[in-house]
Ligand binder design. Structure first.
Ligand code: GDP
Ligand code: MG
Length: 337
């Protein structure tokens, strides 16, 4: 029943696969042509779940590097960060969603909801991450409802996370499973403390990929720009230091990035921290500039670890009233409201 065009394409791909030294019984192996493309397998994986269940931790363990920011506070991953895992001829592209939360009505909330919805459409697998320390909440039910609307051919795997800290993991996993009877299976693991279990899940996905071209070059791990990535690290440092004083109201934009003109000089990164009120600006700067200095120090250390170079980080605190409701501001930050 295959349509002819599709069949043609399959055949040409299959030939591509056989050519590089394929040892079939009846045909002698031919050397690969220069520039010939080997057959690759790839697919998209959406990581969904309510805030704070461990989505970013799972992604980072899958990739073996730090990509999305992780902090003990929910809602810190605002942008859908993609991580890319390439092993030989196979590539997984992960979509880390910002997490669903209830009741918000700002432009930002709407943009985030759209991002989550977009993330689960058109993927090859969905990992629904849940927290096994607790039974399902209303937010989990919302996610389950969203996932039960997916086309049946998209497999959803329930990832029961934090099994290391759960008292009744089996019972909890059962309750989550009951919310989504269409889920393919469920697995209990600890994204933080049991990388082997995470790799097993990753390898299972790798094994099941269908033939498709790579979406990214094999050596790329994230499609964020370096500026977006640095902004996330700075924002993470700010969130950690401002925990008590200022929940969820800063945004960071990197406005300049100068690579060193000569060896031994630092990379100079200039970033703005956006706040909504002058009072917030004073808090972020802190008395005698102590707070901003601490934020800068922490962010700089992180940047230096990952860039493997010295960094000079210049931070400026800017009052942008109502940036969370401002479409133009969100666009500047890379959201599409
Ligand atoms: P996200 O909001 O879903 O992306 O969640 P994060 O990945 O940022 O994790 C939220 C919090 O849960 C962080 O403090 C993590 O260290 C913690 N966490 C993540 N995975 C585990 C786990 O397997 N076990 C435990 N005990 N904590 C975890
Ligand atoms: Mg996250």
């Amino acid at each position: 029943m295959t349509d002819e065009t599709e069949r043609d394409e399959d055949i040409s791909r299959a030939e591509g696969a056989e050519a590089p030294g394929a040892a079939t019984d009846d045909a002698p192996a031919t050397p690969p042509e220069v520039g010939e493309r080997p057959v690759t397998r790839s697919g998209f994986v959406a990581i969904v779940g309510k805030p704070n269940v461990g989505k970013s931790t799972l992604l980072n363990t899958m990739l073996g590097v730090k990509v999305a920011p992780i902090t003990p506070k929910p809602q810190t991953t605002r942008r859908g960060v993609r991580g890319i895992y390439t092993f030989e001829d196979r590539q997984l592209v992960f979509v880390d969603t910002p997490g669903l939360h209830r009741g918000g009505d700002t432009v930002l909330d709407q943009a985030m909801h759209r991002e989550v919805r977009d993330a689960v459409v058109d993927v090859d697998f969905v990992l629904w991450v849940v927290d096994l320390r607790r039974p399902p909440s209303d937010e989990d039910k919302d996610v389950a409802r969203l996932l039960s609307g997916l086309p049946p051919e998209v497999p959803v795997i329930i990832v029961g996370n934090k099994v290391d800290a759960a008292k009744y993991p089996e019972e909890a996993l059962q309750l989550y499973g009951d919310l989504l009877p269409t889920a393919e299976r469920s697995v209990a693991l600890s994204a933080l403390n049991d990388p082997k279990a995470v790799y097993a899940l990753r390898d299972d996905l790798l094994d099941r990929l269908e033939e498709a071209p790579f979406f990214f070059p094999g050596d790329v791990r994230s499609d964020q720009t370096r500026e977006q990535w640095a902004a996330e690290l700075i924002r993470e440092a700010a969130m950690i230091h401002l925990r008590q004083e200022l929940p969820y109201t800063v945004a960071v934009q990197v406005v300049d990035w100068q690579d060193p003109p000569e060896e031994g000089r630092p990379i100079v990164i200039t970033a703005e921290i956006w706040v909504e009120k002058p009072g917030h600006r004073r808090i972020v700067i802190g008395s005698g500039g102590a707070m901003i200095k601490e934020i800068g120090r922490m962010a700089r250390k992180q940047l230096e670890v990952f860039l493997q170079e010295r960094v000079f980080l210049e931070l400026e605190v800017v009052v942008r009233r109502d940036w969370r409701r401002d479409k133009e501001a969100l666009r500047e930050l890379g959201y599409e409201p």
